[in-house]
Design a protein around this ligand. Structure first.
Ligand code: MG
Length: 255
């Protein structure tokens, strides 16, 4: 089932994608289940928004694909390397990524995003997937020059608009189904890697993260990016596609 958050007219609501329509839900399915209102809105008439606004945080994993760790000049860490993005960085499909004047080099990083559905604290990997609501697509936008010069990553990865999410949450995504993360800039493929290349798996990441932070329903985990990251400039169209979920498309502009 694909869940969208959308605006139509003056209202923001949730819906289940059904053919070319959204079947409107009575409330936020993370908290109110899947009761429908009986109304249908054509997808073409709706504006899709970030399918979730992280309740408290976006937890990210650095260097979680060996070929990406190598292109950054190192090895994949033995344990997940975690950092946070503020929820104020989140934007939706179609929204503009704004390149800040403080940075001369902003990079895209296409990533599988996990949406947490139940409070998770000290969750063992064996039970970790019970705490997942579904999966969406994220772009871990990074001011690469500031990441290097700051020495830690909060500012470089936390600017407003640096966490596009969407277009939908797939609740039945198969982690073992051969899905790939494909990123394009201006239609040209820059990244194409299978999620099976992750060093630390989704259950392991949830276990590791939840041993440190309580994960709340609506929190999001970005699981790392395959090789091929690189810069983009104002005017570029960025796409991240994950098999079985869809395509997250954003444009870039300067502040
Ligand atoms: Mg990343």
């Amino acid at each position: 089932m694909k869940i969208a958050r959308f605006s139509h007219g003056e209202r923001i609501r949730y819906g289940v994608v059904d053919e070319g329509d959204l079947v409107v839900l009575a409330g936020d399915p993370l908290f109110a289940g899947f009761e429908t209102t009986g109304e249908r809105v054509p997808l073409a008439d709706a504006t899709l928004l970030a399918p979730v606004i992280p309740r408290s945080k976006v937890v990210c994993v650095g260097k979680n694909y060996r070929d990406h760790a190598a292109e950054m000049g190192g090895e994949a860490p033995a344990e997940p390397l975690l950092f946070l993005k503020p929820n104020t960085a989140v934007i939706g499909p179609g929204d503009a990524i704004v390149r800040p004047p403080q940075s001369q080099r902003t990079d895209f990083e296409g990533e599988l995003a996990v949406v947490i559905g139940r409070i998770a604290k000290n969750v063992p990997a064996e039970n970790a997937l019970d705490h997942v609501f579904g999966y969406t697509i994220g772009n871990d936008v990074t001011a690469r020059d500031l990441q290097r010069s700051d020495g830690q990553w909060s500012r470089a990865k936390g600017f407003d608009t640096f966490c596009p999410l969407g277009p939908v949450i797939e609740t039945e995504f198969d982690l073992d189904g051969g899905a790939r993360v494909i990123s394009r800039v201006g239609g040209e493929v820059r990244q194409d890697g299978p999620i099976s290349d992750m060093v630390h798996t989704v259950p392991d990441i949830i276990a590791y993260a939840s041993a440190a932070f309580t994960l709340l329903p609506g929190d999001v985990i970005l699981t790392g990016t395959p090789a091929g990251v690189g810069p983009f400039v104002a005017g570029d169209t960025l796409e991240v596609e994950i098999t079985g979920i869809g395509v997250l498309r954003n444009t870039a502009r300067d502040a």
